[in-house]
Design a protein around this ligand. Structure first.
Ligand code: FAD
Length: 302
């Protein structure tokens, strides 16, 4: 991590968005993209709904970012519910649209977490196979998922790390982690990954807490530990949006600062399509743009 003359922190940021379902949500998304662009993210990614349910919306959003902004879009793509030929066709379509970055994932069943995953007949079974498939198609920049607290379905923490190594060996360029709430969990995971000779960047995923109850229930399903201190910090704030926002900024900023202090050079923020939280967190940590913002006027309402 480097700092400029005024002590501001220069790191690579990336922002994750989800494809909008309604015109209102669409407007909010583009406002968020515009508001966050001055932070000069290295890339912005767009998720792919469980079971491939957002295939067209993901594609449309990614293509629009490519066509109307100076930002680098990354398209999430999963193995769920499609044959290899169908997934390959989506990837080819992305390449033709000028999209060079894919976040390659196994994905979860359409019913969501908790359901048993079974590979689609004729499909890619796991993310490592998808990475191999993408490599055959073209020279994509490929990111994959990593799990500092171990993926819930993994046979063991070591088996999960072996799986990450397979994804990297198949051609992934970086790993983006599931969110976590204790920086030491990330540091221990990074050490174990390095010991396994996983040398690509491991980018911590940072989840600002917009809704504490929802965060707890999702964390339970995806295996993220919610520390008691965090529960205490958000207790009684349900009816007080201002105090909740302050707590969300404070806790995420403390996490980001600890990660940067520990040598992290990149952060991936799960923005929840909200600009304010992400912007306030970056401001609180002292992360600022190093260059003027890219012109984005054509993106909004385009
Ligand atoms: P994999 O790497 O394939 O691993 C899945 C599980 O299978 C692990 O437990 C692994 O250890 C095990 N495994 C792998 N290979 C084998 C094998 N050969 N035999 C037996 N076990 C094996 N989901 C979405 O639906 N859409 C998204 O847009 C999305 N974006 C995400 C972004 C990030 C940064 C992260 C961290 C997760 C995201 N997810 C998304 C969730 C992800 O799809 C789920 O966590 C999914 O359950 C695992 O995906 P994976 O790519 O890690 O799978």
């Amino acid at each position: 991590m480097s700092t400029d003359a005024s002590g501001r922190r220069a790191i690579d940021l990336s922002f994750e968005f989800f494809p909008p379902k309604t015109p209102d949500m669409e407007q909010r998304l583009w406002q968020a993209i515009q508001a966050l662009a001055p932070l000069k993210p290295r890339f912005v990614s767009v998720t792919y709904g469980a079971g491939g349910t957002t295939r067209d919306r993901t594609h449309a959003t990614v293509a629009r970012i490519r066509a109307t902004t100076a930002l680098e879009p990354a398209a999430h793509l999963t193995c769920v519910g499609a044959t290899r030929a169908e997934i390959d066709a989506i990837a080819v379509r992305y390449w033709r649209a000028g999209v060079r970055h894919i976040v390659a994932l196994r994905g979860d069943p359409p019913e969501g977490l908790g359901e048993r995953y079974t590979p689609f007949p004729g499909g890619y079974a796991y993310a490592a196979e998808l990475v191999e498939g993408l490599r055959r198609i073209n020279d994509f920049d490929i990111s994959v998922a990593a799990f500092p607290e171990t993926h819930p379905e993994a046979a063991s923490a070591d088996a999960d790390l072996d799986n990450l190594k397979r994804k990297i060996d198949a051609g992934a360029c970086r790993a983006i982690t599931q969110y976590f709430f204790d920086p030491d969990i990330f540091f221990r995971f990074r050490d174990r990954a390095r010991a396994r000779r996983i040398t690509v960047p491991i980018v911590p995923g940072l989840l600002p807490i917009a809704n504490f109850r929802q965060t707890c229930s999702f964390s339970e399903r995806c295996g993220t530990t919610v520390p008691a201190g965090l529960r205490r910090r958000f207790e009684g704030l349900d009816a007080d949006p201002k105090a909740r926002h302050a707590a969300a900024v404070e806790t995420a900023a403390a996490m980001a600062a600890a990660l940067i202090e520990g040598g992290v050079g990149a952060l991936h923020v799960y923005t929840l399509n909200r600009a304010e939280l992400t912007r306030d967190i970056c401001a609180a940590v002292g992360i600022v743009a190093q260059e003027p913002a890219a012109p984005l006027a054509s993106a909004v309402g385009a």
